[in-house]
Ligand binder design. Structure first.
Ligand SMILES: Cc1cc2nc3c(=O)[nH]c(=O)nc-3n(C[C@H](O)[C@H](O)[C@H](O)COP(=O)(O)OP(=O)(O)OC[C@H]3O[C@@H](n4cnc5c(N)ncnc54)[C@H](O)[C@@H]3O)c2cc1C
Length: 404
């Protein structure tokens, strides 16, 4: 399965300036390879902007678990739940969901879990390399307080070595935002978080400072094998190309034999002001909401929505998320939401990202990280750069082969 990197690869065109594309560019530079990043909009225009920013390798589970099926059926009929399938989502999305449903068995979920182990294990070290290499972005170590409406609900959280008991009194002193409905809590250790907009901006700055070029406002229309890319404003040459276009990955990658489709699972976030600062992230598993401290407030992120491609963000979602969060948290001004944002998670039906070579020599892909592109983005960049530069696939990437 090893794909030989084109002999003497000196310059790579990376398509997409999200966390995955920019991390890949940075780690290629570490290997002495020149990079040009091409972005159709602006740096961080996709899912990498307003997400929760959690780096939680112990929690980065595949989405295709058996309970996702019942959640999905509920999502078809309950328009306000955390998972929503719009009846107008279109045939391609329905086909994707049918494929996804086939992967929601315990056996396939476990296979996906095993497939992610190597990538998750490389997450912390990859961020440490970025920081040691001068990335000027705070990556904050902070355990997450997960809050529940009853002790019996704790068992719904997937088990893991990163979970630690947290008596309710201690949880309340650690997280003064926990409201009276919270009756149980647990600690998720080995967690870090970033401000995602700062992360992509910091990565972009580092790539440019190290001699790379970033073209924004240019859409890649075609990848030319071994020669670079066509854009809506001329061609850009390179010895190899990495397609890192998030939820749009299939558009360019299909022609190069990537048969696993990538679909958009839209999520939403906004920020509220707090009367007291939140010392760390909060997780509300029953509401499926991730809450991250930002200066002066808290960003609330969640929802998985399958909508018609190109459909506008559903404004009612923000109200619904606010009401759900307010049922568990206090000390926030829910009437004053800022930074309302919607972004498309790049999802694959088998719960595994696509990282590695395509069937066309010199054309690579990096994407499909779904819920976990921030956690896994830096490791993806590091491992893909190793593969591309040496021609030898790291073990961690074998289950993620885009030619599967
Ligand atoms: C609400 C929410 C919360 C989340 N929270 C977390 C979290 O806490 N932790 C975590 O690990 N993950 C989280 N995620 C997931 C994470 O945000 C994504 O997995 C990740 O951002 C995907 O990064 P990417 O670089 O692959 O894609 P993107 O960030 O979408 O970047 C792709 C880029 O490609 C560009 N592009 C597309 N087509 C073209 C083209 N033809 N030519 C040029 N450019 C193109 C786009 O404009 C875009 O900028 C969350 C997601 C959401 C929606």
């Amino acid at each position: 399965m090893n794909a030989k990197a084109p002999k003497g690869t000196r310059h790579v065109v990376v398509i997409g300036a999200g966390v995955v594309g920019l991390s890949t560019a940075w780690f290629l530079q570490e290997r002495g390879i020149g990079v040009t990043v091409v972005e159709r909009d602006h740096v961080g225009a996709g899912a990498s902007h307003g997400n929760a920013g959690w780096i939680v390798p112990g929690r980065a589970e595949p989405l295709n678990e058996p309970s996702a099926l019942t959640e999905g059926l509920k999502g078809l009929v309950a328009p306000h739940g955390p998972l929503r399938v719009s009846p107008r989502c279109g045939p391609a999305t329905l086909l994707f969901l049918a494929r996804f449903a086939r992967h929601c068995t315990p056996g396939r979920r476990d296979r996906a879990r095993r497939g992610l182990l190597g990538l998750n294990a490389a997450s912390t070290a990859a961020y440490d390399r970025l920081i040691a290499g001068g990335l000027d972005v705070p990556v904050i170590d902070a355990p997450i307080v997960a809050a529940f409406s009853s002790p019996g609900r704790i068992g719904h959280l997937p088990p893991g070595d990163d979970l630690a008991a947290l008596p309710l009194g201690e949880a309340r002193s650690l997280a003064p935002q926990l409201g009276p409905r919270v009756r149980a809590a647990v600690h998720i250790r080995d967690a870090r978080y970033v401000e995602p907009a700062l992360l992509v901006r910091g990565l972009a700055k580092a790539v440019v400072d190290r001699g790379g070029t970033i073209h924004t406002g240019r859409t890649v229309t075609r990848v030319r094998p071994g020669a670079g890319v066509d854009t809506d404003d001329g061609t850009i040459d390179g010895d190899a190309v990495v397609i890192a276009t998030g939820a749009a990955l299939s558009t360019l990658a299909k022609e190069h034999g990537v048969r696993v489709p990538v679909a958009a699972g839209r999520g939403y976030s906004f920020t509220v002001r707090l009367s007291r600062p939140a010392p760390g992230p909060l997780y509300l598993p029953e509401q499926r909401l991730a809450c991250t401290p930002v200066p002066g407030g808290l960003r609330i992120a969640g929802v998985m929505e399958f909508a018609r491609p190109g459909a506008r963000a559903d404004r009612h979602r923000f109200d619904r998320i606010g009401r759900n969060a307010a049922s568990m948290l206090s000390g926030a001004d829910w009437s004053d939401r800022t930074d309302e944002w919607a972004g498309d998670r790049p999802l694959t039906p088998d719960g595994l990202p696509l990282v590695g070579p395509t069937r066309t020599p010199g054309v690579w892909v990096a994407g499909g990280h779904g819920m976990w592109g921030v956690t896994q983005g830096a490791a993806t960049g590091a491992l893909l750069a190793d593969h591309l530069a040496t021609g030898v696939a790291p073990d961690a990437l074998r289950p993620l082969d885009p030619r599967r």
